[in-house]
Design a protein around this ligand. Structure first.
Ligand SMILES: [Zn+2]
Length: 335
């Protein structure tokens, strides 16, 4: 069994009806009706990703809305709730149309005004509909980073809902309005690094929510090469150490790094029980070839297969960890 814990339905999100809906919202013309997209149209947007999964022998993927398009720095709190619900409903349909292949991961109607009670209700609604986790942007201001650290009490209703419903929060960045920080190349990694360090700094968070779990995507940002720095700074500032938040089972990372060297560094830096296989297949840089492997960069199976892990260790990374960290995924996975 191979589970890809990090996928986005980018082509579905780029359907003209979906993008048109958001554009109308942001222009102030709040549409009365949600886009009317046929099952055949939904399925067509998934053909490429299903074909790549088959080629790479990936059984199941955890799929969420396009991260860039979450863009919750735009719109009102009410518009963003509707926008998140629309994206989640499309994800759910896509998963139901392909039984056994996908597990739904949602987005949330975040807004700089912190509508936490509304977001908590959204988590409850979609978790009850089968969602296994939710993407949560630790910035939410479009790359301006003008908000409070996300670990603060303003988000406690969100954390209460996530803990009680046993759904991890994936700390995933979104659109950047700053052209110095392209979203996939910089802003997402800044979100990973910032999210991880804020979790080290948050002294009360895991005392208040001991079973709360966060997934830091893209190999934990700079974690494979900078864990030593954060061990030192954690001691210097009396923050939690990286090893403490990983070891307590509160923080996990995925394998979305794109070469053998950095994959091995990830396995050396982070305990194996904290690493979930992921690829961002067909999302971040579709079809781009790695000159070393002559294969797509995002075929991260190659780098895991080529690593020094034993086959039992690979099994943990490929499936067992994902099933343990995302317990609500089990209803979607054929055993
Ligand atoms: Zn992603």
């Amino acid at each position: 069994m191979i589970i890809d814990s990090h996928q986005h339905f980018v082509r579905l999100a780029r359907h003209p009806e979906v993008e048109g809906f958001r554009q109308a919202q942001l222009a102030g013309n709040n549409p009365d009706a949600l886009p009317n997209i046929s099952d055949a149209d939904v399925q067509k947007t998934l053909e490429q990703v299903i074909s790549l999964m088959d080629t790479r022998a990936i059984d199941v993927a955890f799929a969420s809305p396009r991260a860039k398009a979450m863009a919750t720095h735009e719109g009102t709190a009410e518009q963003n709730a509707i926008w998140a619900d629309l994206n989640n409903s499309l994800i759910l349909r896509a998963c139901k149309l392909n039984p056994g292949r996908f597990v739904p991961v949602g987005m949330l109607g975040q807004h700089p005004s912190y509508p936490s009670a509304q977001i908590a209700k959204q988590i409850e609604r979609w978790a009850n509909d089968g969602f296994a986790a939710f993407n949560f942007d630790p910035d939410g201001t479009g790359g301006r980073w003008q908000g409070l650290p996300f670990t603060g009490k303003h988000n406690y209703p969100v954390f209460e809902a996530a803990q009680s419903l046993d759904v991890p929060l994936v700390l995933h960045g979104s659109e950047s309005i700053n052209k110095n920080f392209p979203h996939t190349a910089v802003q997402y990694l800044i979100a990973d690094i910032t999210g991880f360090v804020q979790l080290m700094m948050a002294k009360e968070l895991f005392k208040d929510f001991p079973r709360l779990r966060f997934l830091i995507p893209h190999g934990g940002g700079a974690l494979p090469c900078q864990i030593g720095r954060w061990r030192a700074i954690g001691k210097y500032n009396s923050w939690a150490s990286p090893d403490e938040i990983l070891g307590n089972g509160n923080v996990f990372v995925d394998t979305c790094v794109y070469n053998d060297l950095n994959m091995q560094m990830l396995f050396d830096a982070v305990p194996l029980d904290n690493i979930l296989f992921g690829s961002e297949c067909d999302g971040a840089f579709p079809g781009i070839i790695n000159d070393e492997t002559k294969d797509h960069y995002d075929n991260t199976r190659r780098y895991v297969d080529d690593s020094k892990l034993t086959s039992a260790e690979k099994d943990r990374v490929y499936a067992a960890n994902a099933r343990r960290v995302y317990p609500r995924a089990s209803r979607w996975i054929k055993s």
